[in-house]
Design a protein around this ligand. Structure first.
Ligand code: GDP
Ligand code: GDP
Ligand code: MG
Length: 291
């Protein structure tokens, strides 16, 4: 996926604005910037500790050097996770999960469009069956991206049966990728997790699941992470999708979320348009974040 330019509000401008030597104020400003970028207190501390040690060891005095060191440190930490999507199975079955409103359906639309641009045949399954509008939203994205869709035969049909039918058709008709959309409801946590377990079990009767992608809204930051824990515990998540990073000041969440979950970020959403999805490249990301 093409890397596009990001529009993080530049929280580090304050820290690295001047060319003056590193002072106590630089360290204070840096701490404030890291926290406001949503790295979280633990990672902020560990970044500051590592930078202080490196600055001392290499006798660095210039703010400009400190900026380079921060950029490299963030890149290095981001790169500890493998962002490669597993798409080699045929069909590659991808289950998309997450709480309500994080951008699951939109991500599926964008990702289908990306895959279609490589002439992959994509089938989407509308296993968010409880709201008619949810099915129509996915159908609209499918049409825009040139993917085919398996819909529920009636409203409220068991999501697992829609998922089953979608994967069955993907196998029979030799699709490259089958992407299953699911409902996300916080308030029915117990029920929803049981439902997801059932969806997975039923799909696996047909085919192994290549990826379970958990979608997280970056604007909710550390809170969103707490909400997502149930999915990580129960849904067999293999990778993360971070949405709504466009215009977000919370780029540090990217590192926080990988370190806290131990899961790689595989896709990044940065707008509501069909082209607003990219893969995740630590070098580019660190550059865009730190400048
Ligand atoms: P779902 O409930 O998880 O399926 O979420 P939807 O896909 O319906 O998206 C919820 C809202 O978030 C919609 O208004 C989307 O347009 C919006 N959205 C999704 N991804 C992004 C993104 O990367 N950036 C922005 N700005 N909005 C997004
Ligand atoms: P209400 O909006 O407060 O009335 O919430 P309800 O719990 O009655 O459910 C609203 C909608 O969500 C209904 O269409 C239900 O069929 C659906 N729903 C309820 N429980 C679940 C669940 O566990 N999973 C999913 N996907 N949908 C559910
Ligand atoms: Mg949806």
């Amino acid at each position: 996926m093409a890397e596009r330019s990001w529009s993080f509000s530049n929280v580090f401008r304050n820290v690295f604005g001047g060319g003056e030597p590193i002072s106590d104020e630089t360290w204070d400003d840096l701490e404030t910037a890291l926290l406001s970028a949503d790295f979280g207190p633990d990672i902020t501390d560990s970044i500051l500790d590592q930078l202080r040690a490196d600055v001392e060891r290499h006798r660095v005095t210039e703010v400009k050097e400190l900026r380079r060191m921060l950029r490299e440190l963030i890149e290095e930490r981001l790169a500890a996770f493998d962002p490669t999507l597993k798409l080699s199975d045929r069909p590659a079955v991808i289950l998309v999960v997450g709480v309500n409103g994080v951008g699951k359906t939109t991500t599926i639309g964008k990702f289908s469009n990306y895959l279609r641009s490589f002439d992959k045949r994509v089938l989407v399954g509308a296993a968010d069956t409880f709201r008619a509008a949810a099915v129509e939203q996915l159908a609209t994205w499918a049409e825009r991206s040139g993917a085919d869709i398996v819909r529920p035969q009636q409203q409220g049909q068991d999501p697992a049966s829609v998922a089953f039918q979608a994967v069955e058709r993907a196998k029979n008709e030799n699709y490259d990728v089958a992407i299953i959309d699911t409902a996300g409801r916080l308030q029915t946590k117990g029920g929803l997790m049981d439902e997801l377990t059932k969806v997975r079990r039923v799909i696996e009767k047909q085919s192994p699941i290549a990826e379970v992608l958990l979608v997280l809204d970056a604007t909710t930051g550390q809170n969103g992470l707490a909400q997502a824990e149930a999915f990580i515990e129960h849904a067999g998540v293999t990778g993360l999708v971070l949405t709504k990073l466009d215009g977000s000041a919370k780029g540090g969440f990217v590192l926080a979320v990988q370190q806290k979950t131990g899961l790689p970020i595989k896709l990044v959403g940065q707008g509501e348009g069909i082209g607003d999805l990219t893969g995740f490249t630590p070098h580019v990301f660190a550059q865009q974040l730190v400048g």
